[in-house]
Design a protein around this ligand. Structure first.
Ligand code: PMP
Length: 383
């Protein structure tokens, strides 16, 4: 691990880099820089040229519920879901957003009622995505309010449950847990892609959210999409985005269309499949991580069950975008413990969970990942 490591044919000899041992390894955010190498290799396949006269109008297609949705992008969304088999797109409205973050807010707006006597409760099962509580409450809306862990939610009446599957931070598959008739569900499926989890069946929910940030790694493009069954909900989500940003960058949608097209083409042609490549990369990382942690006894990792993946046509194991690391023994603050060793992670408390756990991104560059593995290995030797 220390001298030179081979992962999926990528040689990284990091031993001689100056300052390597002292550097701060920041794996707090899920920044998907891991994918840069693949897209560099793809070269011109995803390059687009946008002439100056293009994208002048706010409008894309007035006949569509989501009037700012660029048709080429919508087509590629439908095609990609068909190729991957991870979502039903028939009888769904597509609403595009500036990342799925904007769509979470649009969905909260669309599912709440301005005439309700009190704000509708928004819950999610802990450990939940750390941004949910602040996203829900930062504007102190009178429409909705954060009500915490879905597992302990017992208030009568309507509520909104955010269901994240696979879950951020722990990578587990999720279903709604409140399970009452007046629940409105938002399925956040940012990680329901074959490099992270076996695709077992096409998701078929009332409202699902996806994003290029985690599927192809283009977080900076700021494009997400919602698949919405109910026309009224899609209209209200569109209205929210109209009030918020009068639509979504057409340039970004065109670029996203080109990237999604390259992914679908690659899958259908076989050899250079993006998902095959990224699955191998993630598999290599998880294998190295398990080998590093398992002999030490200081930390423990979650265990996952393999399932048949309809996309790869074989059994695959979950290999989440985040490591949900547990400190064993007397260490109560896993984030703080790692920080002393100059590893920045996000502690369990941010996710409504225990401080004995901390979240670490698995999507950073190869160099940072290998430095992290080496640091982890050294910590265990010191102990
Ligand atoms: N949902 C989940 C579960 C996420 O992990 C993230 C990104 N970390 C998002 C939504 C937001 O993604 P974006 O706005 O980049 O699409």
């Amino acid at each position: 691990v220390q001298k030179s490591t081979t992962l999926s044919g990528v040689n990284s000899t990091s031993a001689d880099r100056p300052g390597r041992r002292e550097r701060v390894i920041n794996l707090d955010h899920g920044d998907p820089t891991m994918y840069e190498g693949y897209w560099r290799q793809m070269g011109e396949k995803t390059t687009i040229t946008i002439p100056g006269w293009q994208s002048l109008s706010y409008i894309s297609d007035m006949t569509n519920v989501c009037w700012f949705l660029v048709p080429e992008f919508a087509e590629e969304v439908v095609r990609l879901h068909q190729v991957v088999g991870n979502a039903v797109t028939e009888d769904r409205h597509i609403v595009v957003g500036t990342g799925s973050s904007q769509l979470i807010l649009a969905a909260l707006y669309a599912l709440s009622s301005p005439d309700a006597a009190e704000p509708i409760s928004v819950v999610s099962a802990a450990p939940y995505y750390s941004s949910y509580p602040s996203m829900v409450d930062y504007q102190k809306s009178r429409l909705y309010k954060w009500a915490g862990d879905a597992e302990s939610f017992n208030k009568d009446g309507p509520y909104i449950e955010l269901v994240t599957s696979p879950n951020n931070p722990d990578g587990l598959l999720r279903r709604s847990v409140v399970n009452r008739s007046q629940g409105l569900l938002i399925h956040d499926l940012a990680y329901y892609w074959p490099q992270y989890t076996p695709i077992t069946s096409p998701s078929d929910h009332d409202l699902s959210l996806f994003t290029v940030s985690k599927s192809t790694g283009h977080a900076g493009m700021r494009i997400g999409w919602a698949l919405v069954k109910d026309r009224k909900v899609a209209e209200k989500m569109t209205r929210f985005i109209e009030l918020n940003t009068i639509g979504v960058s057409k340039d970004s949608q065109l670029r996203a269309a080109k990237v999604l097209k390259a992914v679908s083409d690659g899958c259908q042609q076989g050899e250079s499949s993006f998902f095959k490549h990224s699955y191998k990369l993630m598999a290599g990382r998880w294998k190295l991580l398990r080998a590093t942690v398992e002999y030490g006894g200081l930390f423990s990792l979650p265990q996952f069950c393999p399932s048949f993946c309809t996309f790869f046509g074989q059994e695959t194991e979950p290999q989440p975008a985040f490591l949900w690391l547990r400190c064993e023994g007397e260490i109560e603050d896993c984030e703080g413990f790692l920080r002393k060793h100059k590893i920045i992670s996000r502690g369990g408390k941010h996710f409504g969970g225990s401080p004995k756990l901390t979240r670490i991104s698995m999507l950073d560059t190869q160099e940072t990942f290998l430095d992290f593995i080496e640091r982890l290995s050294n910590i265990q030797q010191i102990k």
